[in-house]
Design a protein around this ligand. Sequence first.
Ligand code: BTN
Length: 295
Amino acid sequence: MTTPLATPIRWPAEALWEAVAPILPGFTVEVLPEIDSSNTELMRRFRGSPGVEPRPEPLLLVAEQQTAGRGRLGRQWQSRRGDSLTFSLGLPLAPADWSGLSLVAGISVAESLEPLVPGQAGKPRIGLKWPNDLWLSTPEGERKLAGILVETASWEGVRYVVIGIGINICAQDIPAAPHVTPLPGIPPGGLQTLLPALDAPATLLRIVPPLVQAVQAFERFGFAPFQARFAARDVLAGQAVQLSDGQNGIEGTAHGVGENGALLVHTPAGMKEITSSEVSVRPVAAQPPEGARPC
Ligand code: BTN
């Protein structure tokens, strides 16, 4: 059920700080009851404003409610207090190559929620759809569980990255809050289908410390060490896909991702490497909509 505004949500800010600050000096945690978008807010803070110095500090910003949550390709991200986990991690980062960072974030979140057991038969229930979606396999079919929006900005030679993550904790079908546009089509998946005991605060504590470690590993070693981990959950592999960048449509068969995180698509014109985050990839079958249909 949706958590009413009067009911405080107990966020594990101290435990998060204790787990992360030793590996990320200067790290702080902040929880806001409401903001337009945690990504937008971190970008505003990084850039500064007249009279306010830019702040390139490592910060985890949790938004209990977003009023203008953003997804990729200019889409909206819908969420509702308590039923969704919406947060952004901002930190200075200097990898030699940025490609694959959103995939690394997705791998880390998926592995934290559903570790792979060596020798385990069958597909994991949490899959990854290039470049930024987590999907949950349910008895009713594949459902979008989470989305990731990575944005960067530079100031005086410092490159700052904001990794925004939205996870549907509970995704039952009930009437939407006034500012939420109801979604047509297939409802998104909720994490509690897989892990009934995990609420938004417990999910945050479970995923953030490994996420910071994964981002730091990416900064040092790039995407290549993550390639096989992505492949283990790649929901597009072997599927007929359609790519669209708004003007051109390409059809082909997805063949996993390369060492740089590019999506490999076998087309009638040969193998194409898709690197642009502006491209939308659809399995030729129907897609679930973005964001959470609230509980
Ligand atoms: C997508 O699937 O297109 C990405 C969705 C990302 C949503 C998260 S919620 C926290 C952060 N703040 C935002 O406005 N967006 C990201």
